[in-house]
Design a protein around this ligand. Structure first.
Ligand SMILES: Nc1ncnc2c1ncn2[C@@H]1O[C@H](COP(=O)(O)OP(=O)(O)OP(=O)(O)O)[C@@H](O)[C@H]1O
Ligand SMILES: [Mg+2]
Length: 336
């Protein structure tokens, strides 16, 4: 019989920064060998959870264990068995890619020869061999991100923390990063990943925990969360963004909640209960309005809908919380 053990256990975690409550009693577990997606809007507390779990920050209350080790009492042992890629790239600009990795290896007390061979191996794996001897300041954003993840793998961690691993990457680099992460997960690495891209969580995470204002507001698989939201989504793409309001108003009687509109894509999404008969009805309600519809369809709710329903706002268009008092996450060096 195989027993699923928890690689990460978090209980009642609380943290305040002055008057800001960053975490207000967070509980979560991550089964060994699985991927947990920690989701939440800006300022939800994701990075704070990651920093506490990676021993960079002390909680005010609650406890956290990583591989059975207490993150406060056994901090050194925890650090030795985890990898962290922080939200902000932590590479040394003036060192080459190779030197960056070698340095991190040395910080982990690898013998010089081993640090060098591991550096070469990881550069190869992350498609950076060609740039190995260039200073990191000449790297593109995607290359830095890859170098950063490579650095977090130097000590072959059993647990990897990735704080928004693909923020700022173009679609192609993001896809490549997803493949790297999926490979690591397939290899048995336990991963806790924070993200604001719900598609990313949907692709990579076995389970998800959604937090908002320092509290867990939902948890489960992607399907669990979608089922929780319910209904279907009637979707329209219009040729003119100006018509969105009018269409939303005309179709309101069909919906069980307000429509979601996006000016940029000229799309409107309407939460409805029912089937394809609604399509005909919707088009009838638009008759005589002069609105030009480019595309119309009915689909299951996606994670963006989940997010909107749970938090009252979409994942990616949340105003940034006041961060004037926050300090940056400590840079690589001694913190990995
Ligand atoms: N060092 C700090 N000093 C003061 N406030 C802080 C500090 N670190 C975090 N906070 C505050 O705690 C709250 C949670 O921040 P956290 O960085 O954990 O959010 P997040 O979910 O990672 O957000 P984002 O998606 O923007 O990265 C925010 O209100 C933030 O401003
Ligand atoms: Mg963060």
């Amino acid at each position: 019989m195989t027993v699923m053990t928890d690689a990460i256990v978090v209980e009642g975690l609380a943290k305040r920064f002055g008057v800001t409550t960053a975490l207000d009693g967070v509980d979560l577990t991550v089964a060994e060998g699985s991927v947990l997606g920690l989701l939440g809007p800006n300022g939800a507390g994701k990075t704070t959870v990651v920093r506490i779990l990676t021993t960079l920050l002390l909680a005010d209350a609650g406890r956290a264990e990583v591989l059975g080790l207490d993150v406060v009492r056994d901090a050194d042992a925890v650090r030795a068995s985890i990898g962290l890629t922080g939200q902000y790239a932590a590479v040394d600009e003036y060192l080459t890619g190779f030197e960056n990795l070698e340095m991190v290896g040395r910080l982990y007390h690898l013998p010089k020869a081993e640090a060098r061979s591991r550096a070469g191996e990881l550069l190869e794996r992350f498609d950076l061999s060609g740039a190995a001897d260039r200073p990191a300041k000449t790297y593109s954003g995607g290359m830095r991100r890859r170098l950063d993840i490579a650095a977090s793998l130097i000590n072959r961690p059993r647990i990897l923390f990735l704080d928004e691993p693909t923020t700022g990457l173009d679609p192609r680099s993001r896809l490549a990063m997803w493949e790297f992460i999926a490979e690591l997960a397939d290899g048995g690495t336990t991963i806790l990943l924070t993200t604001q891209y719900l598609e990313e969580a949907d692709r990579l995470a076995d389970r998800m925990v959604v937090i908002d204002r320092g509290r867990v507001i939902a948890r489960g698989t992607g399907d669990d969360l979608k089922a929780q939201v319910g209904g279907q989504r009637l979707e329209f793409t219009l040729s003119r963004a100006e018509d969105l309001t009018e269409v939303a108003a005309r179709l309101r009687p069909l919906a069980f909640e307000d429509a979601r509109t996006d000016e940029q894509t000229r799309r409107l999404s309407l939460p409805v209960h029912g089937g394809t008969e609604l399509l005909a009805e919707a088009l009838r309600l638009l008759e005589g309005s002069g609105v030009e519809v480019l595309d119309v369809g009915l689909r299951r709710p996606d994670l963006d809908d989940v997010f909107l329903t749970l938090t009252g706002h979409a994942a990616e268009d949340v105003p940034t919380a006041d961060e004037t008092t926050s300090e940056p996450v400590p840079a690589a060096g001694g913190t990995r």
